[in-house]
Design a protein around this ligand. Structure first.
Ligand code: UD1
Length: 377
């Protein structure tokens, strides 16, 4: 080995929007625990609203390295990240690399670590490990399963994750339950979100509107699926205003299928920053979404969520009674009726539902798990 890795250095990777709220509290907790951290931004997301605004809202310091990979096919994006990340890993020689979630940046960096493990001694920690949709058509499922296979330390967000990992033959001594770090961020930023009062600024009354998000390839890359989803939201909008911050992928597909007229009954906004989105979600009568993060955030906020997916890798949110899957295959009527039922259930308030470990201290437990991990053999 040319240079021994510095065990006290943790390199954190973030690339796409859902990563930023996960790494923010963990970077701070690692530094409080005495680690040196190095932040790598792959550049998978690059628009101000998809990236820089999260750095501002979450007070994340500027990345130490920015790979600037941008958008491309999955293969090209993954390959570009691998190529650039390998150089940084070889130059920096951290003891640990921590990758969050399930995006292409997660898997790309996990693969680099696996391939350089022998040569550099680097160890890989996967944050939000063990979630499974069991749907191999989802790019995120491929990313999750393969990242978990590469990881030396698997940090799980909910109790159900351990069983998924054990079913794949992963050694239980590598798995550490830490809880949900996204909820650390949510609880930390909630006072700021309340001050922001976005619903009032948009002229909406608390509890009298619906917030929606839509970006999964299975819902937006297929014209008829996208018609059904937008038709379902338009049906709900006949009863209450529906605010849809439009993801760039969805905007692109609406334009390419010529479906702009289906947005006419919705309140369309740009993608929102973290604090604005939290403010909007806390005040909503219900959320309608295909995002994983929104299913979790609504659980802790006590807001009913209708999920536009065939299955969820976050079954705990359904068990808590705050999340229901719209009937599959999706139909306009199914989305409408499920949303009506959700709104009748009403809001239960912040913290009424809080799964084990969704308590604001998960990042502290993640730092402890890294500190206590056995020395390299
Ligand atoms: C990615 C993640 C998904 C996550 C989502 C959150 C993968 C496989 N998917 O999906 O798990 O839920 O991020 O947003 O990693 N674009 C912009 N500006 C940006 C970023 C993207 O305009 O800052 C556009 C580009 O046209 C791009 C498209 O959005 O082609 C999709 O971006 P991409 O990163 O490929 O995937 P997402 O759909 O965002």
């Amino acid at each position: 080995m040319e240079h021994a890795p510095t065990d006290s250095t943790v390199m954190l990777v973030a690339g796409a929007r859902p990563n930023f709220m996960k790494i923010a509290p963990v970077q701070k907790a690692l530094e409080r625990a005495g680690f040196r951290t190095v932040l790598v931004h792959t550049g998978q997301h690059y628009d101000d609203q998809m990236s820089a605004s999260f750095f501002r809202d979450l007070e994340i310091r500027q990345p130490d390295h920015h790979l600037g990979v941008g958008s491309a096919s999955h293969a090209v994006q993954t390959a570009r990240i691998m190529e650039a990340f390998e150089r940084i890993l070889l130059d920096t020689r951290p003891g640990w690399v921590l990758v969050p979630g399930d995006v292409n940046s997660t898997l790309a960096c996990a693969l680099v670590c696996a391939k350089l493990k022998e040569a550099t001694g680097v160890r890989l920690a996967h944050l939000e490990s063990g979630l499974r949709s069991h749907d191999w058509r989802m790019p995120e499922e491929v990313n999750r399963v393969l990242t978990d296979r590469c990881a030396d330390l698997l940090l799980t967000p909910s109790r159900d994750a351990a069983a998924n990992l054990s079913a794949e033959g992963i050694d239980a001594t590598k798995v550490a339950f830490v809880g949900n770090v996204m909820i650390d961020t949510l609880l930390d930023r909630l006072p700021a979100a309340r001050t922001r009062a976005l619903p009032a600024r948009l002229g909406l009354d608390a509890g009298r509107y619906v917030v929606a998000t839509l970006h999964r390839p299975s819902n937006v890359d297929d014209e008829s699926a996208l018609r059904v989803c937008l038709g379902g939201l338009a049906a709900v909008a006949a009863d209450l205003p529906v605010v849809l911050p439009l993801h760039p992928r969805t905007q692109k597909q609406v334009d390419s299928f010529g479906l702009g007229h289906l947005l006419d009954r919705l309140r369309i906004t740009e993608p929102l920053g973290y604090i604005d989105m939290l403010s909007l979600t806390e005040g909503a009568a219900a959320a309608i979404t295909d995002s994983g993060g929104v299913q979790e955030e609504t659980t802790v906020l006590g807001v009913q969520c209708v999920t536009l997916r065939e299955q969820t890798e976050r079954p705990i949110t359904v068990e808590e009674g705050t999340n229901q899957l719209a009937p599959w295959p999706l139909t306009v009527e199914g989305i409408y009726q499920t949303s009506r039922r959700a709104m009748k259930l009403g809001r239960v308030g912040v913290g009424t539902r809080s799964p084990d470990g969704w308590d604001g201290r998960a990042s502290e437990r993640a730092a402890t798990a890294i500190r206590r991990a056995p020395q390299r053999s």
